[in-house]
Design a protein around this ligand. Structure first.
Ligand code: GLV
Ligand code: MN
Ligand code: MN
Ligand code: MN
Length: 429
């Protein structure tokens, strides 16, 4: 248990509630919702527009109303939006938030922490009856993880006008189109273009996120300031060979689709490792209708490749795809692929990064700057406005996309304090 005491002394030795506990409780309460097939096993899985996902959106909306946001609504793509109005009606907004969907059997904090930290901060403003010269818009993004459909970053993508109507025809594993899922959830996909934000109405975008890596934990630091988000690219691929009898097909006559993927996987691993800071992952790898006595005729697999710069990622992708060509030619198999995502590296905006640095300093903590290997909604918003992220330490060596993902209410409290400090800096400008 990493929850902390209910109260603390503030600078003036008055007693104040500890917000980190509320963030903790919201995390726990939201983690009660999970998709069928996972809920029964006590695993956390919330994928786009399932019943659990819709329940999360309703719950977040209710909490936002309780916190004193002036406007709370669910938009056409399923984002939960809370607006705390500025002192003057024509004031601009600070945009912040993160996603509430999860990977399969994921952790409680990935994404959600970046919704609850600003929510706690807004609640304190509301309690104090305080308005800032700018408004605060917290968005709980509906989809970032790319689990149910091939298209991903649907929530933050919609805010920058990056939502292709053809994605609506994509099907999930059960053949349900994205359009049908939206209509079932009471969303109107025709309204998605209207979600696009006008950047002139915003100061910028900040996102709080659990680090999802070992750095802060190893250095025993609760907070870190992000310098840049890595570039990434994702592919869904289908290798086709020839299914044949496992007992009678000699090794040199096989056109084994899965072995071709195996060869590619080992190449991708070595090629990414050569860079030192690139990564390549085949996270899905399936022989549909495979049998113990049949040489695989088909193999479906995914390919995720990331690097700190676009150029380094492009070189990695080019080498892996060239090797794929060579392997398929040599083995007499064929591979078709579709690129499901391509995200440019997103360096933090210097002035915004500095605001996080000042906030961390003000908490009496050393400033640790680090890049983000994971993708984030901030990478999307980067296309239209300045952005910078704050990382919160993860325990258990920072493991993430795993149920062991963990942090503490103390660290959540520090994140709320840092966020509030950024609000104060912006108010004084
Ligand atoms: C999503 O969480 C990603 O970084 O791949
Ligand atoms: Mn994630
Ligand atoms: Mn995330
Ligand atoms: Mn991510």
């Amino acid at each position: 248990i990493h929850r902390i005491a209910e109260i603390r002394l503030n600078d003036k030795f008055g007693i104040e509630p500890v917000l980190g506990n509320d963030v903790w409780d919201w995390q726990e309460a939201l983690a009660e919702y999970s998709d069928p097939g996972f809920a029964e096993k006590g695993q956390l899985t919330v994928t786009y527009l399932t019943d659990a996902h819709r329940a999360c959106a309703q719950r977040i909306s209710a909490w936002m109303r309780d916190c004193g946001f002036d406007e709370v609504f669910i938009d056409a793509v399923g984002n939960v939006v809370g607006r705390y109005h500025p002192a003057a009606p024509d004031g601009r907004y600070l945009l912040t938030g993160s996603h509430y969907d999860t990977v399969r059997n994921g952790g409680k904090y990935d994404g959600r922490l970046g919704i609850f930290v600003p929510m706690a901060s807004v609640r304190e403003l509301h309690r104090a009856g305080r308005r800032l010269p700018f408004g605060i818009e917290v968005v709980a993004f509906a989809e970032e993880e790319g689990q149910r459909y091939k298209a991903t970053f649907l929530g933050s993508g919609a805010l920058i006008g990056d939502f292709e109507p053809e994605w609506l025809e994509q099907q999930d594993a059960d053949g349900i189109t994205m359009r049908a899922a939206m209509l079932h959830a009471g969303l109107n996909p025709d309204d998605i273009p209207a979600i696009e934000r006008d950047p002139s109405r915003y100061l910028g975008f900040v996102e709080v996120h659990i680090e999802q890596g070992p750095v802060l934990n190893e250095l025993d630091l609760p907070l870190g300031v992000v310098t840049s988000i890595n570039a990434g690219e994702r592919y869904f691929c289908e290798m086709t060979g020839m299914a044949s009898h496992a007992g009678t097909t000699p090794m040199n006559r096989r056109r084994d689709a899965a072995m071709a993927v195996a060869e590619l996987a080992l190449y991708a691993e070595q090629r990414a490792a050569r860079d030192g800071d690139s990564v390549a992952t085949i996270g899905q790898w399936e022989v549909p209708n495979g049998s113990i006595n049949v040489v695989p005729g088909r193999c479906l697999f995914s390919l995720d490749m990331r690097a700190p710069t676009d150029a380094q990622r492009d070189a990695l992708v080019a080498d892996v795809l060239a090797e794929l060509e060579a392997i398929t030619a040599r083995r007499g198999v064929h591979c078709s692929w579709e690129r499901a995502m391509s995200g440019s590296a997103a360096p933090s905006h210097p002035a915004w990064q500095q605001r996080w640095e000042r906030a961390v300093e003000a908490l009496g903590l050393p400033v640790l700057r680090l890049p983000s290997g994971a993708g984030h909604d901030a990478r999307k918003l980067h296309a239209i406005m300045p952005q910078a992220m704050l990382f919160v330490r993860g325990l258990n060596a920072g493991i993430s996309h795993n149920p062991l993902e963990s942090t503490t209410a103390d660290d959540m409290q520090l994140a709320v304090d840092a966020f509030t400090h950024v609000l104060n800096q912006l108010s004084e400008q």
